[in-house]
Design a protein around this ligand. Structure first.
Ligand SMILES: [Zn+2]
Ligand SMILES: [Zn+2]
Ligand SMILES: [Zn+2]
Length: 130
């Protein structure tokens, strides 16, 4: 057998605990199988035949799609919004710019911007016009 002489790649199971949002009830899920081939990590989703992930975090993020919405950990509490976020940082930014209306004022024309990237585009326009 061709495989007999190579000992590379013992398949390992990767479990992650997920908590249902709003509860303390958590359970482990077999999210992927993991193998090292030529020193590189490969995570294969346990539920679909998607291309392997090179990082566990990526495999985990992907697995939220299989678990369903009730497992996505962060939800915006603003009435009527209820958007879901896997990462707490993304939720914080969402609240800051979308709901708190945190704005950036342009020093040159006093126009308001609710998001740093639009503001920087706007700045470039001033410089281009000058
Ligand atoms: Zn999958
Ligand atoms: Zn929101
Ligand atoms: Zn301006």
């Amino acid at each position: 057998m061709a495989f007999a002489s190579t000992s590379s790649g013992t398949l390992k199971k990767v479990y992650e605990r997920f908590t249902k949002r709003g509860t303390t009830e958590s359970k482990p899920f077999l999210i992927a199988t993991f193998v090292i081939i030529n020193g590189r990590e490969h995570y294969y989703c346990n539920d679909c035949k998607t291309a392997p992930f090179s990082r566990k975090g990526d495999a985990k993020r992907h697995y939220y799609g299989h678990l369903g919405k009730e497992y996505i950990p962060h939800q915006c509490n603003v009435p009527g919004c209820n958007r879901l976020f896997i990462q707490s940082g993304a939720l914080k930014d969402h609240i800051k710019y979308i709901h708190d209306g945190e704005t950036i004022h342009c020093a040159q024309c006093n126009e308001e911007f609710s998001n740093p990237s639009t503001y920087s585009r706007h700045q470039k326009r001033h410089y281009a016009a000058a």
